[in-house]
Design a binder for this molecule. Structure first.
Ligand SMILES: [Zn+2]
Length: 414
């Protein structure tokens, strides 16, 4: 019994037709278009002998009961950013659909293990700024108190938008009950970066998601007149910040997969006739290795102090947010590599810079791995997001092989 990659691609195109406009996909979580995408997907599932329910966090679960309660979970997310692409999230959900269909048909409706498909609620956090909403509720890492009063750009509260979709924020923790009998989680996703394209490879095996250190860094100098202050007497906060902006590249380049980004610079008073007295910047640092992340953080701190001193300034750091690296399961990584080798003849192990629902599942202690398929031009969260169709077919086939291998692996754990 073979999986049907064509069907997955046809369905992806059908969904694109149904939920996009001239600017791209508009499946923003908790919106009418998102509910429409979910209703469309339920219709496709209704042809199979499956049970379906929404959990208290709004995650959509479809279950094919097997001879054993031990459960393999396949999934991703149907929601998109505004003006998004046709593959981010949806590819993983439709891959899971065709694999579930193949398993249901092959085992005449009772596979050796239970297989569940999950469509996570609000992976993107596009409307309320809270990413991985449903999967973090599942993992028990989501404390709603920090998010309850978030509002969208129209001033609507998260709590109210969720209530409109039948989700009560006070109950989202109950989604943790869905973890029962979970033995493994597999997710297919587009890479969203340029690495596989550069290497000329269709598929990659994801080692885990990088940890993140995100900080606000403010340099303090002295506002002064741009005409009357000699160059030697200046305390220019922007000069110190600019030195740091150039220093983060050599810091990151010491490590093979590390990245550092200064994404925001604000100057005060910010006028053409004044030396910058205060410069507020942000720094985002990522790596899969905790030690590398800590080393980069300390080095950036140290250098910022040196640059501040050189320019007669001071500097202050405050943490915006951080998360530890989430390495995936070593045995599932090996199975994923086998599946990719058998399908594409070549493989590549790589960390993920973006976070994914899979990271939350892994944090919950469920063995997890992801596959990446090459993204053309490395672009996503944009209507031009795309992947080659022959690569998508390889991705679906490899994911199907991985699902079979993982079911055998689950059986062998008993
Ligand atoms: Zn995604």
């Amino acid at each position: 019994m073979a999986v049907d990659p064509e069907l997955a691609i046809d369905l992806l195109k059908e969904l694109r037709e149904l939920t996009s406009d001239e600017n791209g996909a508009q499946r923003i979580a908790w919106s009418p278009m998102w509910l429409k995408a979910r209703a469309w997907f339920q219709k496709k599932l209704s042809t199979l002998p499956l049970e379906h329910h929404l959990d208290p966090a709004g995650n959509s679960w479809t279950t094919l009961r097997g001879a054993s309660a031990d459960t393999l979970i396949l999934g991703s997310h149907l929601d998109s950013v505004p003006n998004g692409g046709w593959l981010d999230g949806c590819l993983g959900v439709l891959c899971a659909f065709v694999v579930l269909k193949r398993i249901a048909e092959q085992y005449d409706r009772e596979p050796p293990a239970t297989v569940r498909l999950v469509d996570w609620a609000d992976e993107e956090g596009a409307r309320f700024g809270r990413s991985l909403f449903g999967s973090s509720a599942f993992a028990g890492t989501h404390t709603i108190d920090a998010d309850r009063n978030r509002t969208d750009t129209n001033g609507m509260r998260l709590e109210d938008a969720l209530a409109n979709c039948g989700v009560s924020v006070d109950r989202i923790g109950e989604a943790q009950k869905e973890r029962i009998h979970a033995r493994a989680y597999l997710e297919m996703h587009i890479e969203q970066g340029p690495v596989l394209e550069k290497l000329g490879l269709p598929l990659g095996v994801v080692l885990g998601t990088k940890g993140v250190e995100r900080h606000a860094i403010t340099f303090f100098g002295q506002e002064a007149h741009s005409g009357s202050t000699p160059m030697t007497a200046r305390r220019d906060a922007l000069a110190a910040a600019a030195k740091l902006a150039l220093a983060i590249k050599p810091i990151a380049l010491k490590y093979p997969d590390a990245v550092c980004t200064m994404g925001s610079v604000k100057t005060f008073p910010g006028i053409v006739t004044a030396i910058v007295g205060r410069c507020e910047t942000t720094l985002d640092q990522r790596d899969l290795d905790t030690g590398v992340l800590a080393a980069m953080f300390h080095e950036a701190q140290e250098q910022s102090r040196g640059f501040a001193e050189e320019e007669g300034c001071t500097v202050e750091w405050s943490r915006i947010w951080n998360i530890a690296p989430v390495p995936f399961h070593p045995e599932l990584i090996s199975l994923a590599e086998e599946a990719v080798w058998e399908t594409a003849g070549r493989s590549h192990r790589m960390p993920s810079g973006p976070l994914h629902d899979a990271a939350e599942v892994s944090r919950a202690g469920i063995p997890t791995v992801m596959l990446f398929v090459q993204s053309l031009r490395g672009i996503s969260h944009n209507k031009i997001e795309d992947s080659r169709e022959d690569h998508l077919k390889l991705a679906i086939t490899a994911y199907d092989r991985l699902a079979s291998k993982t079911m055998d692996w689950i059986a062998a754990q008993r």
